[in-house]
Design a protein around this ligand. Structure first.
Ligand code: IPE
Ligand code: IPE
Ligand code: MG
Length: 248
């Protein structure tokens, strides 16, 4: 077992379920897609806050593997918005020193989006300021399954000894391989569930939920989440005394 990472008051890695766009629009008697557009602005708020606070990695759940089953019209509108965001925002992210990455099954996305994903990753690959990972077409079960498949293929081909498969090897085949595990998880929109987000990686993540709808996200609510995180004691299975450096 690996030992727990050193305690830090600011999360190194923040993972977010950006939920509540549809309800935000419905409350205004507007189409759900308007909520998604408003949600895109909240993404900027979140990125700015993370950059200002020295967060190393930000992972945003943008579209789940289950979201493909929404009405075709909504999925189509989301794809258009996604493409527009990629076209309008990635250059600026690059200019600001951010690395952009995508996790998820890309096979369902239209070719122009897949091409933009690859271009964005290539353009920003050497940037070091903050890693922004967009989970799109992502499901935690898919992630673990594809890692298993890779390892099985490698074992069958003789590249991996099955006896050497341990947690760190599985981890190295997951979408977020190479990043520290998320320290803080935020879900907006009032629901208290993970919805097939990072099932493996959230094992010891601190969770913070708010009723605020994603388009209403502001700096004050993000600060409240960070303050709550700073006040938590992360024990990773140890006793409180062990963690605080007292009696073992
Ligand atoms: C989250 O907002 C964005 C996506 C899932 C794409 P929702 O669209 O789920 O909004 P609600 O939960 O219906 O309000
Ligand atoms: C989770 O939100 C996925 C994203 C925010 C992209 P959902 O709105 O799809 O989750 P459920 O359906 O309420 O669990
Ligand atoms: Mg939702």
């Amino acid at each position: 077992m690996s030992s727990p990472p050193p305690a830090s008051r600011t999360p190194r890695h923040l993972a977010v379920i950006m939920d509540g766009n549809g309800r935000w629009a419905e409350r205004r008697q507007r189409p759900r897609t308007l909520g998604h557009r408003a949600g895109a602005k909240a993404v900027q708020v979140c990125i700015e806050f993370c950059l200002a606070n020295g967060v190393e990695a930000l992972t945003l759940f943008a579209f789940s593997s289950e979201n493909w089953n929404r009405p075709q019209e909504e999925v189509g509108a989301l794809m258009k918005l996604f493409l527009r965001m990629l076209d309008s925002e990635v250059e600026e992210m690059h200019r600001r020193g951010m690395r952009v990455a995508f996790i998820g099954d890309r096979s369902g996305f239209p070719e122009p989006i897949r091409a933009r994903m690859a271009q964005s990753e290539a353009l920003t690959r050497d940037n070091r300021r903050m890693v922004l990972t967009i989970a799109a077409g992502y499901g935690g079960r898919w992630d673990i399954t594809q890692a298993c498949r890779q390892l099985a293929e490698d074992a069958a081909a003789g590249r991996v000894d099955p006896a050497s498969i341990d947690e760190s090897l599985v981890q190295s085949r997951l979408g977020l391989a190479g990043l520290p595990e998320p320290d803080l998880f935020i879900r907006t929109g009032g629901d208290v569930r993970i919805s097939n987000f990072l099932l493996w990686q959230l094992a010891y993540t601190e969770m913070w939920f708010t009723d605020l709808l994603w388009p209403d996200l502001d700096t004050a609510s993000l600060q409240a989440a960070f303050d709550a995180y700073a006040a938590r004691e992360r024990r990773f299975g140890l006793t409180s005394a062990q963690v605080s450096g007292g009696a073992a």
